[in-house]
Unconditional design. Structure first.
Length: 160
């Protein structure tokens, strides 16, 4: 069986990217939380100031997965890195090498762009944790993620 191929997404892929984002959200039981629209993805990924990039994994001419990423910056390293926001492969394509192909392509891009690292976050229950560990990713236990959004973000921003 031929291996999946990976390519950089184009603006024409926006409907596919949104479909895969919704697939990821359904996998995480968060389907009702997807607010992104095709217009959002077109503006932020393929507009005048792109905020993210995306890779598409294909098998037999069909999109079976995606990796959405952006550059980060390490003040300690003095270099950029790549942050993988989302990686998702359709369930019926998970044994075709698409996930590994997407991660390998990201690693190649990171090296080509002189990035110091490739980072991601994964939910604690996600079975993909074992996949990432086999590839050499390490769980960074000393750092805890924090987030502020919604009304709390608005309240903080409006303080005098």
């Amino acid at each position: 069986m031929p291996e999946s191929s990976v390519r950089l997404a184009t603006a024409d892929d926006v409907p596919t990217i949104l479909r895969l984002i919704k697939g990821l959200a359904a996998f995480e039981d968060l389907g009702d939380q997807v607010k992104a629209t095709e217009a959002d993805l077109l503006r932020d990924g393929f507009g005048a100031q792109p905020r993210f990039e995306c890779l598409i994994a294909e098998h037999a001419g069909k999109a079976v997965g995606f990796a959405l990423f952006f550059h980060s910056y390490s003040t300690f390293e003095g270099r950029t890195g790549l942050y993988l926001e989302d990686l998702f492969v359709l369930e019926d394509a998970r044994e075709l090498g698409a996930g590994r192909g997407l991660i390998r392509a990201l690693a190649q891009l990171a090296l080509e762009r002189d990035c110091a690292r490739l980072e991601l976050s994964v939910l604690d229950w996600n079975p993909a944790r074992g996949f990432y560990q086999k590839l050499g990713f390490q769980h960074n236990e000393e750092w805890l993620p924090y987030r502020i959004k919604g009304q709390a973000l608005e309240n903080l921003a409006s303080e005098a």
